[in-house]
Design a protein around this ligand. Structure first.
Ligand code: HEM
Length: 293
């Protein structure tokens, strides 16, 4: 029976590394993917495939597409499609490093590494701004329903669609806000994580309230902070049974619905953005039957 890659539904680990690969040549593509299928356990290593891999194999995954770039109300949302995404999850940087080396050599020559980002859990589940993340994430059965494809047949059931964006925070701008302005940007008090009355329309939790969408737009967010030298931000990772909920939320955040932009953009911006399809597991191996392997 097909099951989801377990890391999707698990809590975030202490450390993560995100590897993205571009497609170099297609002769060895099938072989490389078959070798990866044996390595991916879904728990310490979650894998997603981009549209270019599906196109090269002549495969179609219903619902899969490339993230759309947009520019609305002065907010740029970049789209930077990639061929393959690995999310390494663990608690030991050395192990994660050696696993990355193994993955890179296994995927060569079909793929070449285009980006490698390390991230970490901060003060349990906080963004580097200090606000707690994931409070309104669906739990248990609801998480499964939000994030995992069901009732679409073997090879598709248990799979998931993931949106990945690297956001960079502008801490000088953030530091210039007083605590009221910061709370108003998010829509929660940093001290106790409580939502408060009189939340401005632009507050992030007001823009993104999942139940306020038609249909309701539940996604499973599994994001973690990153820091590199003096630059830092958040790797936004959202799993869904389709990309529809993510796109509905992002549209409202960027002001496409009513011209009101999310106050988050006052201190942080996405630098890139890609979509991937995460195949299910079957008998401890990735099930690639939906793409003909
Ligand atoms: C740097 C970028 C972001 C930061 C720092 C951030 C931070 C937060 C925080 C602190 C919360 C409140 C606690 C919680 O429920 O998790 C929240 C809620 C939420 N965020 Fe974000 N977020 C970011 C980007 C995004 C993006 C790009 C989306 C989707 C397109 C999104 C969707 C949501 C949703 C759906 C909620 C829960 C809303 C609810 O139902 O109450 N966030 N976020």
């Amino acid at each position: 029976m097909d099951t989801p890659q377990a890391g999707i539904l698990a809590e975030i680990p202490p450390l993560s590394r995100y590897l993205t690969f571009s497609l170099q040549e297609t002769d060895e593509l099938q072989h490389c993917l078959q070798e990866m299928a044996k390595l991916v356990d879904g728990e310490n290593l979650v894998l997603g495939l981009g549209q270019s891999v599906l196109d090269s194999l002549g495969s179609t995954i219903p619902g899969m597409r490339v993230m759309a770039a947009s520019s609305t109300c002065g907010i740029e949302i970049p789209s930077t499609p990639q061929a393959l995404w690995c999310w390494l999850r663990g608690n030991d940087r050395g192990e994660i490093y050696h696993q990355s080396r193994l993955i890179s050599s296994l995927l060569s020559p079909a793929f070449s590494l285009s980006d490698c980002i390390d991230s970490f859990a901060f003060d349990q589940n906080r963004d580097l701004s200090g606000y707690e993340d994931g409070t309104e994430n669906p739990q248990g059965e609801n998480a499964l329903n939000a994030a995992i494809v069901q009732h679409q047949g073997s090879g598709m059931n248990g799979s998931s669609f993931v949106a990945v964006q690297k956001w960079q925070h502008n801490f000088p701008l953030w530091d210039n806000m007083n605590s009221q302005q910061q709370d108003d940007s998010i829509g929660r008090h940093v001290a106790d994580n409580e939502e408060f009355d009189e939340v401005p329309e632009s507050a992030h939790v007001k823009r993104t309230a999942q139940e306020s969408y038609q249909p309701e737009a539940f996604i499973l967010r599994r994001f973690m902070p990153w820091a590199d030298g003096m630059n830092a931000g958040l790797i936004f990772v959202a799993f869904g049974h389709s990309f529809d909920a993510f796109e509905a939320i992002l549209n409202r955040m960027t002001g496409k619905e009513d011209g009101i932009t999310d106050a988050l953009f006052g201190f942080t911006r996405p630098l890139n953005g890609s979509y991937f399809w995460c195949p299910p597991l079957n008998n401890g191996e990735l099930d690639l039957s939906a793409i003909g392997l």
